[in-house]
Design a protein around this ligand. Structure first.
Ligand SMILES: [Zn+2]
Length: 479
């Protein structure tokens, strides 16, 4: 039997202490230039369809930050147990050992004790060691955080892969978007959980979800700062915030849930159009009560709100009818049915603000609220451009499937437009109470706010009637 040297005995003891962590750290790594290992086969019973690509190999994490043994006790042999779990996880042959050996070799024998660390008093060295050990622990926590998305993905139930354009019915296909479609016919749970999946609607959902949260948060701050009472003066502001959150919620639900079936697609987009008409009328109320100039008010006060309510309903009816009536490839009439009533409603609803902005800028505008109104008009016009034109995906078909297509840009600018509008209306509410109280009595305010719910009912009823007709025609097609 060979006699073991002292160094070998110590190495053996150290390996025994390192235990399982060593096994992980000593896993053979791919050499540069060597062929990649083939992916592991799917386990039996894996519900994913065979066309799904194999799951990506687990990410190779960098080894934890190592603390050279000599930092703790210069001249002493490393004691893995005393260094704590973070350091003990470093296996022999990993970066720390190589690093230490390399540096020891580089430093001449006579100069080792002259390093600043070696010259520290005992207490300082212990503090330094403690800090470095903490850093090593933080390094481990960082690695765990970096694994969080994968852990979340693993924690969710197995979900079907997204599919190509050709694998979904024509109704669900979008021009120049080739992939990232969710399969139809899954259960509701899948579509709700697809909020965390990568597909071509997920950015549309998140943009309006975050915008809704931002609106609520901003309004909460305003309510607390101003100690906002619930009275006739504040009612149009509450209605405006309600209408904003409603349209954002309807939109995100439409994008999240429309892929389930053709009937769901129609239903949720009809709900989306109802939300848009609600938002239009909510905006009209706030602009009329808080933001209009006297010159504009004198001319339009009598018919503005009834016209805004009618245009809001017409916008919803036009969009629902266009969706119900026309099939791909869409004729120009479909766009006209959508854009003309919605454009008419926008021009009317924005008219009090547009008048004020023009007058303000002609006189060298210094009013904060007028500037926020200017921004909301600009952002809305930009968003309208991206709603109408499939840019940039038209020029890069297939490259903007998940991120970057026109509808996502439209959502983003619309969300910023709503936040600018909220800011402007809050400022007007605060600074123009005198004008408001001179013009309006509580009765007319309550009446117009009740008419808001009348519009909600009319739009919802229109959408429901068209949904029933769609349902009947789909049932006929299936039979
Ligand atoms: Zn949308």
């Amino acid at each position: 039997m060979a006699v073991r040297t002292r160094r070998e005995v110590r190495r053996g003891r150290s390996r025994a202490l390192l235990g399982g962590a060593q096994g992980r750290a000593q896993r053979p790594r791919a050499q540069p230039g060597a062929p990649a290992a083939p992916p592991a086969p799917s386990p039996p019973g894996d519900p994913r369809p065979s066309r799904c690509p194999p799951p990506p190999p687990p990410a190779v994490s960098p080894p934890p930050l190592a603390v050279p043994a000599r930092w703790g006790h210069p001249g002493a042999e490393p004691d893995a147990g005393a260094r704590g779990p973070a350091v003990a996880a470093v296996a022999p042959g990993t970066r720390s050992r190589r690093w230490r050996r390399g540096h020891e070799d580089d430093v001449p024998q006579g100069t080792r004790t002259t390093s600043p660390r070696a010259g520290l008093p005992g207490a300082s060295r212990r503090e330094m060691t403690a800090i470095l050990e903490r850093l090593s622990t933080l390094s481990l926590s960082g690695q765990q955080l970096s694994r969080l998305p994968r852990l979340l993905e693993d924690g969710l139930p197995k979900m079907p892969c997204t599919v190509q354009e050709a694998e979904v019915p024509q109704l669900f296909r979008e021009p120049y978007i080739h992939a990232g479609y969710r399969p139809t016919g899954q259960d509701w749970r899948y579509y709700f959980l697809s909020l965390f999946q990568k597909h071509n609607e997920v950015v549309n959902v998140w943009t309006h979800l975050l915008a809704a949260l931002a609106v609520l948060l901003r309004f909460k701050t305003f309510v607390e700062a101003e100690q906002l009472p619930v009275d006739a003066w504040s009612l149009p502001l509450f209605v405006f915030v309600l209408s904003s959150v409603t349209y954002l919620t309807c939109s995100l639900l439409a994008h999240l849930l429309q892929s389930k079936s053709e009937l769901s697609h129609y239903t949720f987009y009809f709900v989306d159009y109802v939300g848009v008409s609600i938002y239009q009328y909510g905006s009209a109320l706030a602009h009329f009560y808080y933001s209009s100039d006297q010159a504009w008010y004198d001319k339009f006060w009598l018919f503005f709100l009834p016209a805004a309510a009618f245009c809001g309903w017409l916008s919803c009816a036009g969009c629902c009818y266009a969706k119900y009536r026309y099939r791909r490839p869409y004729p120009i009439m479909r766009k006209m049915c959508q854009v003309i009533p919605a454009g008419l409603a926008f021009v009317l609803d924005i008219s009090p603000v547009a008048h004020r902005v023009v007058v303000c800028h002609l006189g060298g505008c210094e009013e904060d609220a007028a500037w926020y109104h200017t921004y909301q008009i600009l952002f809305f016009l930009i968003s309208a451009y991206f709603f109408s034109c499939p840019v940039p995906e038209k020029y890069f078909p297939g490259s903007c499937d998940i991120v970057g297509h026109a509808h996502q840009i439209f959502h983003t600018f619309l969300a910023i437009c709503t936040l600018s509008q909220l800011e402007a209306i809050c400022l007007d509410y605060k600074n123009r109470q005198e004008i408001f109280l001179k013009r309006h009595g509580p009765f007319s305010i309550y009446l117009s706010c009740v008419s808001f719910f009348g519009l909600v009912a009319c739009s919802a009823l229109t959408a429901y009637v068209l949904r029933c007709r769609i349902k009947a025609s789909l049932a006929k097609k299936d039979s």
